[in-house]
Design a binder for this molecule. Sequence first.
Ligand code: GLN
Length: 194
Amino acid sequence: EGVIGVLALQGDFREHKEALRRLGVEAKEVRKAKDLEGLKGLIVPGGESTTIGKLAREYGLEEAVRRRVEEGSLALFGTCAGAIWLAKEILGYPEQPRLGVLDVAVERNAFGRQVESFEEDLWVKGLEAPFHAVFIRAPLFVRLGAGVEVLAEYAGRPVFVRQGRVWASSFHPELTGDLRIHRNFLELAQEVAG
Ligand code: GLN
């Protein structure tokens, strides 16, 4: 209890909370730096990455989350807009506020601005059966640093990556009722020393 937080500035944080609730975990809504106290893991939801980035900067969360991730005391999982916020580089948006803890470049709306949404069954490393992935105006990871591992691909391009305890997915695992990815993230967060 109380070990996982969901960044609740904008986007679909309620869906992530619900997924975690179904796993028996009451996640904390994180809106200011102080809310991070005692947390071992943080999920950054999908939504609009410019808005999330601006608000996170304004509320001191960019600095605070970065510090916790860099000192190794916080596991982090960004989905869609959340994944964009984590990235070191955002193609075409050099000024967009971001955390920069994940050594990748991302391309926003990488499937075309008009492609609102599509779904696909994907093989995800560590899962024994495909995961039904929902993509909504999704980003792609276009350059991966040496420490970044690919966990899933769509059409030969990475859509789920990890760098140590930092995970990022282009798709929305919180929207399908399949709890396997959230369960694995919970396990990862439990490994963080308290
Ligand atoms: N297109 C959004 C962005 O660039 C992300 C979309 C999403 O999170 N579903 O911020």
